[in-house]
Design a protein around this ligand. Structure first.
Ligand SMILES: O=C(O)C(=O)C[C@]1(C(=O)O)C=C[C@@H](O)C=C1
Length: 370
């Protein structure tokens, strides 16, 4: 399998191969200082805001110098030399993530990666231009691994793409539904078809992606095992579609993030969304106070997710009664652009009491599935 080093030496030949970044340097650990070491233009912007003591949302003297655009090529399908944009996704050909990459960048070269982490690294090491990775599904909920990786890596969210996910039950030709005792798929896909699979009475086994499940069933000519995957995976791996639309709700949408090395300059012409992550001191009402910075400025929140602060051990509670508590990171998406003063002021306000704050990206909302 291709390693990162060999890809760097011969990118053109290897980019058609699956990316497996195995010989990388250890990923930098998250720094729980007020800001991470690699300051994005957004964090720099926030610092400059912090230095200004005037917290009046409507004060026009509060001149903010916006960062220069570092990249605007996310809007195009080619890179500066005219070659096709290379977009990493997790999975093999026929995975929903490949479809999401192609929806985001219709003429791109979609580059398969074996793990989410490899896709992050492929962007960081300049092997590809973008990564498109799932972050949440309307039935199955959040893809926690990618929340954790967003913080561990220093990529920027430059867009989102929503994909309607319609699962099929696939099997080898000649195999009937009653022949099946087992089904393979990605854990998210299995969760999205929970009721249907329980009704059919199939045991479930998780694999890395839906298309890999289809490939495995086809390659090993399995007679008792099916796969939950897309109709395009059925075509690619020569499987028969036994049932279509087997997800528990016909409205099954997965939201993917588009990641790049550089942030985009936030606009105000189209609806924009901003994603941040922060942590807070322990204490009553602190999360309420944090969320109030948005409510006070009429900023709508579209997502909140909490994840354990992994590199900090459990601490004894202050009252010393022997109980333990957990520390959390809060990931929040809100409906405003970082180019808007109310968003800048909300984050300046939050920064006054957050123990850590990072802007993950300010990017156009995918309005195709509203
Ligand atoms: O397994 C795939 O095909 C994927 O692209 C992954 C994934 C996910 O991680 O959520 C993407 C979309 C669907 O929600 C199911 C699985």
């Amino acid at each position: 399998m291709a390693t990162a080093t060999s890809i760097v030496r011969s990118p053109a030949a290897l980019l058609s191969a699956k990316v497996s970044v195995s010989d990388h340097k250890p990923t930098p650990t998250v720094q729980f200082s007020r800001f991470p070491s690699k300051r994005s233009c957004f964090t720099a912007l926030l610092s400059s805001l912090h230095d200004n003591n005037n917290d009046d949302d409507n004060n026009n003297n509060n001149v903010i110098s916006h960062p220069k655009p570092l990249s605007s090529s996310q809007l195009f399908n080619s890179v500066s030399n005219g070659s096709r944009l290379r977009v990493a996704y997790q999975g093999v050909r026929g995975a929903y993530s490949e479809a999401a990459a192609e929806k985001a960048y219709p003429n791109c070269e979609a580059v398969p990666c074996d793990q989410f982490d490899s896709a992050f690294q492929a962007v960081e090491k300049w092997l590809v231009d973008r990564a498109v990775l799932p972050i949440e599904n309307s039935l199955g909920g959040s893809i926690h691994r990618n929340y954790d990786l967003l913080l561990r890596h220093s990529l920027h969210i430059v867009g989102e793409v929503k994909l309607a996910v319609q699962h099929c039950l696939l099997a080898n030709h000649g195999v009937q539904l009653e022949d099946l005792s087992r089904v393979l798929s990605h854990p998210q896909a299995l969760a999205q078809c929970e009721n249907t699979l329980t009704m059919i009475g199939l045991s479930r086994e998780a694999v890395d992606d839906t298309a890999l499940a289809a490939k495995h069933v086809a390659l090993h000519k399995l007679k008792d095992t099916g796969a939950v995957a897309s109709s395009s995976a059925a075509k690619i791996y020569g499987l028969n579609i036994l049932a279509q639309d087997i997800q528990d709700d016909c409205d099954n949408v997965t939201r993917f993030l588009i990641l790049a090395r550089e942030p985009i300059i936030p606009g105000i012409q189209n609806p924009f969304k901003t994603s941040i992550v922060f942590s807070l001191e322990e204490g009553p009402g602190v999360l309420f106070k944090a969320l109030a910075v948005f409510a006070l400025r009429q900023i709508n929140l579209t997502k909140i997710e909490s994840r354990p602060l992994r590199n900090q051990p459990l601490r004894a509670a202050d009252d010393n009664n022997g109980s333990k508590y957990f520390d959390y990171l809060f990931y929040v998406d809100f409906e405003a652009s970082m180019a808007e003063e109310r968003a800048q002021n909300a984050l300046r306000h939050l920064k006054e009491f957050a123990t850590f704050l990072r802007v993950l990206g300010s990017y156009p909302v995918d309005t195709t599935m509203m």
